[in-house]
Structure formats: structure tokens, C-alpha cells
Design a protein around this ligand. Structure first.
Ligand code: NAG
Ligand code: NAG
Ligand code: NAG
Ligand code: NAG
Ligand code: NAG
Ligand code: NAG
Ligand code: NAG
Ligand code: NAG
Ligand code: NAG
Ligand code: NAG
Ligand code: NAG
Ligand code: NAG
Length: 778
């Protein structure tokens, strides 16, 4: 092994202590003076791994190591760079750890209220991270530019930090190092070390800092003009470190301890290293996350498969990076639903990682599936707020939709696939270990508790004369969100969401019937029939509650008022309206006494993708209006050159609609990648029924006009998807209108009043689904 000269400084030989556990040889090779003596360290800036050496010699040093891990990885690191100005994203993964580094540097046209110079490091383990916010020391606001430079010794943008623990049972310190350049003198104003959630509280809060967490940061000068920051977590054992040292000829860093401590840098390049000693997750490499038939994707789509791997671990898949680098039930199950054909099966594979992660976190008391998990330092913080001294993870059970995805993914794998069938017995016998509350329960117990919740809560509506609004599934009391449109005005304050009631409930019931038929619920064999019976009622009797029909003339005048209220500068396309406008509203019982939220939307995709309904007139009418929305340009329909908008508020008839569903709102007139994927996959499933001779052929297949209209919608949708391939791996994107629609990052638009700017994740798990969803021929 060659000594990395970055870790060496000219030094008089001095004493250094080395823990003797693991011996390693280094060739000491540098362009340095032959007789000079150096103080080096094996991987980074940790004095305890230091050794001294003479130039051009071969030396053997001792490096402390835990018995199970070797300081070097047997396979190469995976690295990639994604540029999304003003954000530069760098990823590094090896056998020890995974890191995402985001460098933000304002552009000449950046909104300086939102964008400032920032170095952020995100780690999946413990949903942990580090951020440093910089300001110009003397120059004007906006003049400080920062960027990473490649290492002059390794040629890499990022190099690993790996410092074995001093104790044989300890956790190694892992992380990342690189070189950051400042074009001018700079001040590090706010560092945050610990949890990504603490960092999000600051960036989105906005500006929330927890004093006792900030006050725990220790600042100290280190050799060669460097500065070291560390903070020990609330668990009293994990520590996050952030070190800077001048590289090349850059000046020393000064610590300014007035009020809140800041660091002063001169113009130039500094080496940084960010690390922490927390147990790491086991990542699924690209070949491990994909099944054998899909291995070719690694070459065809290296960006997406590497991104998928970055978010995939043996025990769970994570929702996105950097903001949602933790377990999310909905995100992982939707991704599995759309990508099952390419994901690895069997023990240790991606599919079982998703399903196991959801089962582990089911609330044993009421059967709710967990939406988001809080782990690491933020979990200890939340426990502390409740006066509990504990590092135990916390689960958020406020969503209502997550429950329904679970039986569907269970059925798709354990009933529908050969490998799943052989795995079900040992998988179901697995004992839960993640939540202390679930200790002693098996995955079978948790699946049953969850299915009981669905059966019990859907029974009233399925009963004779039970088809009332009251018996539909409502958001939980006190919650204003409950399904994927989980921003404040996502479903307009509605209590009874469209997607859950018309698609997720019946699809989950169909799945429970199949699972029961396969012997999954020995205490409820009768569900093989009762769940199907319930499902039929939910399929056929729910749509009508959500139907909105607007006469042609009214629709034209509503669009005209919308254009005035929203200042939409594009064409109205009202001449396209030749008949009533029909759609299904986002939810019932909304804000401002709206009985139904009159927002046209893409949530038809759930029914298309998850159900093969058999009420023929209803199915034909449903497909007709879905196809119409896809074909018609916004604001008549959902189509735009940048993709389908997930919401079109033009028919609301109340100024609140134009104000709440804007192109700057998370669930406004914006485009979501996975909604495009599910709409495309859903249309393909429905069109596929026309050629599936194992079931009765639906009526729409033999109605030539309607079948052609659905085919045209499918083709048009794929043309939009192909035209936006550059955006597809992002979570959500928006637009500006300038002689036509132009793609604009959502985070670059000023947020609606009362909400904070939404920086989108550069990579989101459910935005990688086009790896599996492809245009089909019909
Ligand atoms: C930079 O300018 C923006 C926009 O005026 C402002 O919000 C921000 O606080 C300024 N930052 C500093 C460090 O002055
Ligand atoms: C760093 O190296 C990569 C190739 O490894 C190169 O593409 C990139 O431009 C270099 N970056 C800088 C800032 O020189
Ligand atoms: C110092 O930090 C605290 C949080 O620890 C913050 O609330 C306060 O505003 C900061 N003060 C200044 C002057 O930046
Ligand atoms: C953190 O830094 C302080 C100040 O340099 C030092 O005394 C302390 O030992 C460090 N903590 C850890 C866990 O390394
Ligand atoms: C950490 O140490 C502090 C001070 O001794 C103590 O109050 C706190 O309960 C400890 N936290 C945990 C999670 O053990
Ligand atoms: C689990 O559900 C029960 C019953 O609804 C509730 O009281 C409890 O708080 C939930 N557990 C957690 C951790 O939220
Ligand atoms: C925690 O303890 C503090 C101080 O005793 C008290 O004010 C607060 O209400 C407690 N919080 C909870 C959630 O019990
Ligand atoms: C449901 O299971 C029972 C046995 O438990 C069986 O007799 C019945 O035929 C099944 N129904 C269907 C529709 O498969
Ligand atoms: C809608 O109107 C535009 C012109 O405004 C036209 O190009 C387009 O073909 C029409 N689309 C449909 C589906 O009628
Ligand atoms: C959105 O609608 C709610 C309820 O009507 C209202 O309180 C809120 O102000 C609206 N938001 C905006 C940005 O107009
Ligand atoms: C619906 O039918 C299509 C075509 O046969 C099939 O691909 C799809 O899996 C079916 N969906 C369900 C939920 O059974
Ligand atoms: C599938 O079914 C449709 C509608 O019945 C028909 O037009 C088409 O030719 C069929 N395609 C194939 C490949 O059989």
C-alpha cells in the first residue's frame, strides 16, 4: 500500500502511540525531500493512527482494527457525480460506509434568500449528517463561491475516512474527505453535526437551531493551521467530527469564539474530513439489488442503478437523498410495486428488505403501518422531549395509505412468484427486532394484525346499505395529511382522500383474499371470500362520491377565472372543451366548506395500476375521462410539455384553488416522476387486459373509439416521458412559462406564502422506477 501524502506533514520525529492490532505495510513514496521526516496517519487526520517515516522507505506500521473489519475493502468504491446547479452532488460508497456530499454555490441568478454557500454530508446510517454554512468574510452577499477539487495525490474528488476503533468491540469511525476551494475569504457561520433531521429543521424550519445540540460542538485548533469540530450525540457515545486543514498554500483557519463560534478561512483550498462512529448499514451493491435478469441495466443505466444501490440496504430501502435518507413505508412499497420485475428476490434481496422493513415497524396495538422512522440522534432528541432517556427509534403512524400497500406487496411476492412461495414460511417465522415494542412477534403475527385492521375498518362500507360517506376511510383525527399528497394544502384540507378510498382499500382487500387463500392467515381462512366480497363493493361503489361533472359553458368560464386569478400566461385551450368536464376530486370534506376538492389530478393511476375492476360501464367511463385528462393540454387537462401535472385547480371555482395549487407548491401544478410511471404502467395493465385470454375481455377493448383513445393517451404520455428523460430520476419538478413551458427546479421557485422553500432530493427511490417501467406495444 502506498502512503497517501495528504496524510503527511513535515515533522520532527515525535512520540506517537499506536494501537497494535493489525499490521500493514506501506511504501512511502512521495516527491518530497529524501531525508525529511514526516508524521503521517493511515487514513486521515486522526492523531492516534499517526506514524512517522522517512521518505522513500518501506515501513510497517500498526493500525488498530476491529476484528471483523479490515481497513481496506476488497472491491472498488462506487463513486458518481450529479450536477444540478446550484447543487453539485457527489456519492461515495465502499464496504465500510456510504456518503452523499452536496456542495451548493450560488449562481449569478440564484435567489440568495434560499441559496447560499453550503457543504453538506449525508449518511444513511442513523440518518446522520454534517452541514457547514458559509458566508463571504468581506465580499458582498452572493460573491462567495465554493467547489470541490480533486485530490492531487489520489486524483479522486472524495476519499474514504476509515479509522478503526481503539477497542476491539468498538465501532470504527467512517466517513469522507475531500478538498474544498473558496474563491475568497469565508466564514463558517453555522455548523450542524448529528442528524439529517436537525439539518432539515434548520433549512426548512426555517432556521431552527436547538441550543443544547449546537452548544455541544467542540472547536479546537489542530496542527498545521487546521481546526477540528466534534459533537458527541445525545446517546453519549457516538461522535461526529468535521475537520479542516489548509492544503497547498492556504492560510491557517481562525476560530472566532465571539457569541456563537465561527471559523474564518482565507481564499484557497482546504482539506475537509467528516466522520462518525455509528454502526453502519449493509448496502446492496448494484448487482445485489437487481435480479439476475436485470443485471444488464447496470451498464445501460449506470446513474439510476448506482442511485438505487445507494438507497438500498439489506434491512430497508431509503426514500431519497439527502433529505429523506431513512425508512419511509409508502415510498419503499410504491417503488417495489413498480420495480418488482427487476429487484432481487430471496433472502437478503431487495424485495424482502422492503417487506421486512414495513412488517418490523407495524404498530402492534392498532395494526397501522409506519410511515417514517426517526432514528439516530434525532430519535434520542425526540425521546428527550418526552422526558424519556432512550435512543430507541420512533415511528410516525399518521398516514392512512401506507397500511394498504402492505398486503399488495406481500401477495405480489409470496403468492405470485416461485421464489416468494418457497420463502414464505421462513420469512413469516422471522422474529421482529427493530422496535422494542414488537419484540416477541413474528412477521406472520404483524401481517395478521395489519390485515385485521384493514378488514375491520372496511367492513361497515361493504355491509348492506353501508355505502355512505361516513363509512369511507377518513384521515386520522387531528391530522391534516394522510396520503402521498402530504403537504398542508395537498388535498385541500379534505378528510376523505380519493386514492385511498377508490383504489387502495379495494386493492388491499383483493390481496388479503389471495393471501388468505394461500394459507397466510390460519386464524381467518374465511377471508379468502369475505375480503373479495368487500373488495367488490369498494371497487364499484366508491367512485361516485368523488365524481365532479362540470357543464361545458361553466368549465370555460371557470378556466377564464382561473387564468385571471393565477396570472397563468399560457393559452387557455378552452376551444378544446366540446362537452362536460368530468373528473374525480382529490378528497371530500375540504377547507372552506368545500364538500369535494375540485382539483383534477393524476390519482386515477392507482385504480389503473392496482385494480382490474369488472363493472363495465363504470370502467369504460373511468378510462375515457382518464384518457381525456392525459390528452388535453393544461388548464383544460393535465398535459404539458414538461409532463402531466399532478393537480389542475382550474375548475375549483374559488380563489383558494389558484392560490393553493401553484407551480411552487409540492403537490401543485408540478410533475412527479413516479406518478408518470404509475400512470403509464396502469394504462399498460388495462390495455393488457384486452389481450389476456385468461379473464373475460373488458368492454372497452371492443369499443374501437374508446380503445383508440386510451392507446393515444398511452402514446402521448410516453412521448412526454421520453421528452423529459433528463428530469425522470428527480422527485418532482416545476416550470416557468416563457414562450412555452420550461422545466424549472421546484426549489428554485419562491415558496407559497406561509410555507418554506422545498429543496427536492436529487435522487428519490420512487423516481428510479423507469428502470422497470418501459413503453409497451399494444
Ligand atoms: C443575502 O441576501 C438575501 C436576500 O436579500 C438575504 O435573505 C440574506 O439574509 C443575505 N445573507 C446575508 C449573509 O447577508
Ligand atoms: C476531478 O476529476 C474528474 C475525473 O476523475 C473530472 O471529471 C473533474 O472535472 C475533476 N474535477 C475538477 C474540479 O478538476
Ligand atoms: C447562536 O446560536 C443559537 C442556537 O444555538 C441561535 O439561536 C442564535 O440565534 C445564534 N446567535 C447568533 C448571534 O447567531
Ligand atoms: C472533541 O474535541 C474536544 C476538543 O478538542 C476534545 O477534548 C474531545 O476529546 C473530542 N471528543 C472526542 C470524542 O473525540
Ligand atoms: C447522557 O448523559 C447525560 C449526562 O450524564 C444524561 O443526563 C443523559 O440521560 C444521558 N443520555 C443517554 C441517552 O443515556
Ligand atoms: C400504536 O397505536 C396505539 C393505538 O392507536 C396508539 O395508542 C399508540 O400511540 C401507537 N404507537 C405509537 C408508537 O405511535
Ligand atoms: C418533561 O418535563 C418537563 C420539566 O419537568 C415538563 O415541563 C414537560 O411537560 C415534560 N414533558 C412531557 C412530554 O412530559
Ligand atoms: C375459501 O376457502 C375455503 C376453505 O377454507 C374453501 O372451501 C372455499 O372454496 C374457498 N373459496 C374460494 C373462493 O376459493
Ligand atoms: C387542444 O387544442 C390545441 C390548440 O389549442 C390543439 O392543438 C389540440 O390538438 C387540442 N387537443 C385536443 C385533444 O383536442
Ligand atoms: C389555502 O387554503 C386554506 C384554506 O382555505 C387557506 O387558509 C390558506 O390561506 C390557503 N393558502 C394560500 C397560500 O392561499
Ligand atoms: C390486471 O390485468 C393485467 C392484464 O392481464 C395484469 O397484468 C395485471 O396484473 C392485473 N392486475 C391485477 C391487480 O390483478
Ligand atoms: C390486443 O387487443 C386489442 C383490442 O382487442 C386488439 O386491437 C389488438 O390487436 C390486440 N393485440 C395483440 C397483440 O393481440
Amino acid at each position: 500500500m502506498v502512503v497517501d501524502m495528504r496524510y503527511c506533514r513535515v515533522q520532527p520525529l515525535g512520540a506517537c502511540t499506536i494501537a497494535l492490532v493489525f499490521l500493514q505495510s506501506f511504501v512511502f513514496a512521495g516527491n518530497q525531500g529524501q531525508n525529511e521526516e514526516y508524521l503521517c496517519s493511515t487514513s486521515h487526520l486522526d492523531p492516534s493512527s499517526a506514524f512517522s517515516a522517512k521518505a522513500s522507505s518501506t515501513i510497517t506500521v500498526a493500525v488498530a482494527s476491529s476484528p471483523s473489519s479490515s481497513p481496506t475493502c476488497s472491491s472498488n468504491a462506487t463513486t458518481f457525480h450529479l450536477s444540478d446547479p446550484p447543487y453539485e452532488n457527489y456519492f461515495y460508497s465502499d464496504c465500510h460506509s456510504s456518503s452523499h456530499v452536496v456542495v451548493t454555490s450560488p449562481l449569478s441568478n440564484s435567489n440568495l434568500e434560499i441559496i447560499g454557500p453550503r457543504l453538506l454530508i449525508a449518511w444513511p446510517a442513523g440518518n446522520s449528517g454534517v452541514v457547514a454554512f458559509f458566508e463571504p468574510q468581506n465580499g458582498a452577499n452572493g460573491s462567495l463561491a465554493i467547489q470541490l477539487e480533486n485530490s492531487t495525490t489520489t486524483g479522486q474528488t472524495l476519499d474514504p475516512v476509515y479509522i478503526p476503533s481503539k477497542s476491539s468491540s468498538g465501532t470504527p469511525r467512517v466517513g469522507i474527505s475531500g478538498f474544498i476551494n473558496f474563491n475568497d475569504s469565508a466564514v463558517l457561520t453555522v455548523p450542524i453535526l448529528g442528524s439529517i433531521r436537525t439539518i432539515r429543521d434548520f433549512t426548512e424550519g426555517p432556521s431552527i437551531l436547538i441550543t443544547y445540540i449546537q452548544d455541544a460542538i467542540e472547536f479546537s485548533d489542530i496542527s498545521n493551521g487546521g481546526v477540528s469540530l466534534n459533537r458527541t450525540w445525545l446517546d453519549n457515545s457516538t461522535t461526529t467530527y468535521l475537520d479542516f486543514i489548509p492544503a497547498q498554500s492556504a492560510g491557517s483557519i481562525k476560530i472566532n469564539r465571539a457569541i456563537n463560534t465561527t471559523l474564518q478561512f482565507e481564499a484557497g483550498t482546504y482539506q475537509f474530513a467528516a466522520s462518525f462512529d455509528y454502526p453502519q448499514l449493509e448496502q446492496l451493491s448494484p448487482p445485489e439489488v437487481l435480479n439476475s435478469a436485470a443485471q444488464g441495466l447496470i451498464r445501460q443505466s449506470p446513474d439510476q442503478t448506482t442511485s438505487l444501490s445507494f438507497l438500498s440496504y439489506t434491512k430497508k430501502l431509503l426514500a431519497g437523498t439527502w433529505r429523506f435518507l431513512t425508512y419511509f413505508g409508502r415510498d419503499s412499497m410504491l417503488s417495489l410495486l413498480l420495480m418488482q420485475d427487476i429487484l432481487s428476490e430471496g433472502s437478503g434481496g431487495a424485495i424482502e428488505a422492503v417487506i421486512g422493513a414495513v412488517l418490523e415497524r407495524v404498530n402492534r396495538t392498532d395494526g397501522s403501518a409506519c410511515h417514517e422512522e426517526t432514528i439516530g440522534d434525532y430519535a434520542t432528541y425526540l425521546n428527550h422531549l418526552e422526558n424519556v432517556t432512550s435512543t430507541a427509534p420512533q415511528c410516525d403512524y399518521k398516514m392512512i395509505d401506507t397500511d394498504y400497500y402492505l398486503p399488495i406487496v406481500l401477495k405480489n411476492y409470496f403468492v405470485n412468484t416461485p421464489i416468494g412461495k418457497t420463502r414464505s414460511r421462513s420469512f413469516l417465522n422471522t422474529k421482529a427486532t427493530v422496535l422494542v415494542e414488537n419484540a416477541g412477534l413474528t412477521y406472520a403475527d404483524l401481517a395478521l394484525i395489519e390485515a385485521e385492521k384493514i378488514m375491520n375498518s372496511s367492513a361497515a362500507f361493504a355491509a348492506e346499505r353501508g355505502q355512505t360517506k361516513e363509512n369511507l376511510i377518513h384521515l386520522k383525527t387531528g391530522q391534516i395529511v394522510g396520503e402521498w399528497r402530504d403537504s398542508t394544502y395537498g388535498i385541500g384540507g379534505g378528510r376523505i382522500p380519493y386514492d385511498v378510498n377508490t383504489a387502495l382499500v379495494p386493492a388491499a382487500l383483493r390481496a388479503i383474499a389471495k393471501l388468505a387463500g394461500a394459507g397466510f392467515f390460519p386464524s381467518h381462512p374465511e377471508w379468502n371470500e369475505t375480503a373479495d366480497m368487500y373488495a367488490k363493493v369498494w371497487e364499484d361503489e366508491t367512485l361516485k362520491f368523488f365524481e365532479v361533472t362540470i357543464p361545458r359553458q361553466t368549465a370555460i368560464s371557470l378556466i377564464t377565472s382561473y387564468i385571471n386569478a393565477s396570472s397563468f400566461p399560457g393559452p387557455s385551450h378552452t376551444s378544446n372543451i366540446t362537452s362536460d368536464i368530468i373528473f374525480h376530486g382529490l378528497a371530500l370534506d375540504g377547507n372552506n366548506d368545500q364538500p369535494i376538492i375540485r382539483v383534477m389530478n393524476t390519482d386515477d393511476c392507482f385504480r389503473l395500476f392496482l385494480l382490474n375492476t369488472t363493472n363495465q360501464p363504470q370502467l369504460s367511463a373511468f378510462l375515457d375521462q382518464t384518457a381525456e385528462h392525459i390528452l388535453q393540454p393544461f388548464p383544460v387537462g393535465l398535459s404539458s410539455p414538461v409532463g402531466l401535472f399532478v393537480a389542475n385547480p382550474a375548475f375549483g371555482g374559488d380563489a383558494v384553488y389558484a392560490a393553493n395549487w401553484t407551480n411552487a407548491a409540492y403537490h401543485g401544478t408540478v410533475v412527479w416522476s413516479w406518478q408518470l410511471a404509475m400512470t403509464a404502467a396502469g394504462l399498460a395493465r388495462q390495455l393488457g387486459r384486452c389481450n389476456d385470454t385468461s379473464s373475460p375481455i373488458p368492454d372497452f377493448c371492443t369499443n374501437a373509439n374508446l380503445h383508440n383513445k386510451i392507446l393515444s393517451a398511452y402514446t402521448h404520455l410516453w412521448d412526454l416521458i421520453d421528452a423529459n428523460s433528463a428530469q425522470l430520476s428527480g422527485e418532482v419538478w416545476s416550470w416557468v412559462y416563457n414562450n412555452g413551458f420550461q422545466v424549472e427546479p421546484l426549489g428554485a421557485l419562491p415558496p407559497p406564502p406561509g410555507s418554506s422553500p422545498t429543496e427536492s432530493d436529487i435522487r428519490q427511490l420512487w423516481s428510479l422506477t423507469f428502470l422497470a417501467v418501459q413503453r409497451e406495444e399494444f
